[in-house]
Design a binder for this molecule. Structure first.
Ligand code: FMN
Length: 333
């Protein structure tokens, strides 16, 4: 990395289950890698073993960028065991998920459920800190469970256990992915903790990244869903940070991106319906950057076969060479 790049705020691709696998990381790398990747979470419990597909995103990663291995769980001996196993691989560090909002997850008091129990978090981080002593130990979390009552208690624990990096999504667990992101609380965390903070939540363009960095003073930004819609976002963020003009992406390039996603090795073995469903998940975000009237979104959702789906993509992406991907969503989600 050049000296200049080092001085820029950090960028990271947010971990996303069923999205940020090895293939997607490679695809993102084609368009401009972030500084850091995070794996999907490794589930940890009494019987868990390291998931081989997730492990591949570490062992076969040729993006040239470091990868944090994320774990989700609450059983302390098993978290310690798994963290030690992960440390044998070429990882940037071990990351603990304290933000997952899926009810089936938080009901087991893992992921975002842990934010209700600072005492448990204290024990987990204490043991993990001992186990992960020669690599960074990091946390990804939200600002609270139902409210922000435990926010400062948890931040105290981040400091007490010398956590090396905090990725903070500025919503509570109960807010899931909706509602305003509380960048003011991210700014509070930046002031309060001793480690760098990555601001996360609704960073949908290079311009938003700059605004969020300005509002929060964070060390960097973590981008999730909008990297699905716009895999060029990390290089665009770097351009914006350097004060350069942001390069627009012709829609034909977006078509090629969709083709790449279609070729994902995991999806190739899916039955047709599942493969279509898989690609639509990505297209949900792409569509919002292509067509302000919502026609692309609606028609792509209606497509049932590969032929129908690619006809829709061709119609919206290949019929006007002058059109480019919007730099921020054209509709609210
Ligand atoms: C499909 C999907 C899967 C996710 N899986 C994970 C995960 O495995 N671990 C995690 O910490 N967060 C996960 N998240 C949350 C994201 O990392 C991120 O915090 C959230 O999407 C907000 O950022 P964004 O607005 O940039 O998308 C997931 C989000 C989505 C949409």
């Amino acid at each position: 990395m050049s000296k200049l790049l080092h001085k820029l705020p950090l960028t990271a691709l947010a971990p996303m289950q069923d999205v940020t696998n090895l293939w997607f990381m490679k695809v993102i790398a084609e368009y401009g890698s972030p500084d850091y990747y995070f794996t999907e979470y490794f589930r940890v419990n009494e019987t868990s073993r390291l998931n081989r597909n997730i492990l591949a995103s570490i062992t076969e990663n040729d993006t040239g960028r470091p990868v944090f291995a994320q774990m989700i769980g609450e059983s302390i001996p098993d978290l310690v065991r798994t963290a030690k196993e992960l440390c044998r691989y070429n990882i940037a560090g071990v990351d603990l998920n304290m933000g997952c909002p899926a009810p089936r997850i938080y009901r087991k008091n893992v992921g975002g459920g842990l934010l209700r129990e600072p005492e448990k978090v204290n024990r987990i981080l204490g043991e993990l800190r001992q186990a992960v002593n020669d690599k960074p130990l990091t946390v990804k979390m939200r600002v609270g469970f139902e409210n922000t009552d435990t926010f400062y208690d948890i931040l105290d624990l981040i400091n007490y256990h010398s956590i090396d990096l905090l990725s903070l999504h500025g919503r509570t667990v109960k807010e899931m992915y909706h509602g305003t992101v509380k960048y003011d609380l991210i700014a509070e965390a930046v002031r309060y903790v001793n480690c760098p903070v990555l601001a996360n939540g609704n960073i949908y363009s290079a311009t938003t990244a700059l605004e969020v960095l300005d509002k929060t003073g964070a060390a960097g930004v973590m981008v999730g869903r909008w990297a699905i819609g716009n895999p060029w976002i990390f290089s665009q963020i770097r351009q914006a940070l350097r004060g350069e003009a942001i390069t627009s992406v012709p829609l034909v390039e977006v078509y090629n991106y969709i083709n790449r996603l279609w070729q994902a090795p995991a999806a190739e073995n899916f039955p047709q319906r599942a493969r279509i469903g898989y690609i639509k998940m990505f297209l949900n975000y792409v569509a919002l950057l292509v067509d302000a009237n919502g026609h692309f979104l609606r028609l792509m959702r209606q497509a049932q076969t590969e032929v129908e789906l690619f006809e829709v993509c061709e119609r919206f992406l290949l019929n006007d060479e002058t059109k480019t991907l919007a730099l921020s969503p054209l509709q609210k989600i």
